[in-house]
Design a protein around this ligand. Structure first.
Ligand code: E4P
Length: 218
């Protein structure tokens, strides 16, 4: 499973990229707003740090303006992935952009029917938002299971399932068990994957015993 980080905080991205485990980055208009920076500058800096797909979301909703914004975003770097909303105009843009060789991430997916449309429109990634579904009392992971199953029924559908709106490590593990290709994680969730109290306890005991030997290795 590929791990993307869901943030526009370039300090966080640099630290996480240094782990060697980061495959890409997703941003959205809310995350860009939170960064307090200009979108073109932030995306350019992220693309310099992370060679994998970096999602930059258009702010337009009509086809012509989506295409104009996508052209500007695509010029930033080769690894920019154009993020479009799951609307008729967004999917029309998805089809045009993917036919022209761009990577496209279709965002704000909340149903299997929407995911099927995005795949037919040539999306590189479909982003189902599991946390926001859980928030309204629907099972986000059921949607992931449905999409993974539907896509696997058709060799012609090449779209990767990018699990979004992830809130905790259980979301990540459940999505991995279901065979989702990618999860985009808030930095805190990504860091949380390392943690287990028995790892901390075991390491403390090993180090205490080692100290008693008075040895050094290097
Ligand atoms: C995905 O690309 C979105 O940016 C993101 O996962 C949304 O998550 P949220 O529901 O926590 O805002």
């Amino acid at each position: 499973m590929k791990f993307f980080v869901d943030t526009a905080d370039t300090k966080e991205i640099r630290e996480l990229a240094a782990t060697g485990l980061l495959d890409g980055v997703t941003t959205n208009p809310s995350l860009i707003a939170k960064s307090g920076r200009k979108i073109l500058d932030v995306i350019a800096e992220i693309c310099d740090v992370v060679p994998g797909p970096v999602s930059a979301e258009v702010a337009a909703t009509d086809y012509d303006q989506i295409m104009r914004e996508a052209a500007v975003l695509r010029r930033i770097a080769k690894n920019v992935t154009i993020k479009v909303p799951l609307t008729p105009d967004g999917l029309r843009a998805c089809k045009a952009l993917s036919s022209d060789g761009a990577m496209v991430n279709v965002t704000l997916c909340f149903s299997a029917a929407q995911a099927l449309l995005a795949a037919k429109a040539g999306a590189t990634f479909i982003s189902p938002f599991v946390g926001r579904l859980d928030d309204i009392g629907q099972d986000g992971m059921e949607l992931i299971a449905d999409i993974v199953q539907i896509y696997s029924n058709y060799d012609a559908l090449k779209t990767e399932v990018l699990v979004a709106s992830v809130r905790n490590p259980i979301h990540v593990i459940t999505a991995a068990k279901l065979g989702a290709h990618v999860a985009t994680l808030p930095p805190a969730v990504l860091r949380g994957l390392y943690s287990h109290p028995l790892t901390d306890k075991g390491l403390a005991a090993f180090l205490a015993d080692w100290a008693k030997t008075g040895q050094t290795i290097a």
